[in-house]
Design a protein around this ligand. Sequence first.
Ligand SMILES: Nc1nc2c(ncn2[C@@H]2O[C@H](COP(=O)(O)OP(=O)(O)OP(=O)(O)O)[C@@H](O)[C@H]2O)c(=O)[nH]1
Ligand SMILES: [Mg+2]
Length: 340
Amino acid sequence: MFVDEATIYIKGGDGGRGCLSFAHYRQNPKGGPDGGDGGNGGSVIIEARSGMNTLLDLKYHTHNIAKRGEHGKGKNKTGRAGGDLIIGVPSGTVAKDTETGEMLADLTEDGQQVVAASGGRGGRGNTRFKSSTNQAPRIAEDGEPGEEKWLHLELKLMAEVGLIGCPNAGKSTLLARISSAHPRIGDYPFTTLSPMVGVVKAGDFESFLAADIPGLIKDAHLGKGLGIKFLRHIERTELLVHLVDMSEGSKDDPLKRYHEINRELRCFSTALGGREQIVAATKIDLPRAGELVYEFQARMDDEGVEVYPISSVTGEGLKELAYAIMNRLKRLREARVEAG
Ligand SMILES: Nc1nc2c(ncn2[C@@H]2O[C@H](COP(=O)(O)OP(=O)(O)OP(=O)(O)O)[C@@H](O)[C@H]2O)c(=O)[nH]1
Ligand SMILES: [Mg+2]
């Protein structure tokens, strides 16, 4: 099951207590201090793993506590340190402190780690307190407690391209057709209930990652339909491909739908609202589509936006679209490099 949010409690292990002990040898009945230090507690470490794609496990495993350090022992033996607790999360997970709202980490790279809660330091044994004036110190420290906090984890998928549009526009069908992914497809709105990423090949050597998300409707920002919560999964994208359905009669103006979706994006964030888009007119194989596409293209032309007509059934226009996406991505990257 795809779960993209979880709240967990984490605590570093407590440090072990320092030991209060004196050596007693036959030759030296008075002995001297020989209490060892306590071991350090283990830390809680969050690690990104590209092979994972859900926070499901953590949803049901909320308490995560690292091992405590062992107490120090006589004969100056230091207690063993508690092992770190490593929690794996999908790449793209953002960790925030629930209390302060502070972002602790944005784990985007496979294997990237962050110490989310440090273990407590072990207490010093009495040997450490020996001095010229105090040869037999009767003090030893307690270990420090491990750091504890509640974390909110939120997964934001890693993809360069996001597919957006109304429910039933053909987003999942397009992704299934041009990528390795197998999203669910259905002849009804809201078929897609959780986002999915696919690798799209453009030519022999180039590819990009595209994310399919549930469809948006007017007033999604007010909670209509599935709402806008899935938009966070396309926040990291560089480019959006906006799919507009050409099969839905002329009364339901495609241009109007196109503007409605863009409005929802702006309501979610100015960043997403301002993201570059490529517009694709879908389902052009259907008999009634021809005229609508022509009209839509003409009106978009007035707005200075190019439209790519496609059919995921016949395959028409798909290659052109994939190449257009790849080229736009390259241009965006070049512009980014130039801008430093
Ligand atoms: N004729 C034709 N039908 C298509 C085409 N693309 C998608 N469809 C059909 O349109 C319906 C909706 O397709 P989906 O890919 O599930 O649409 P979606 O945009 O992912 O929908 P949601 O997940 O609900 O947002 C399905 O019945 C598809 O078979 C196309 O190019 N031509
Ligand atoms: Mg879908």
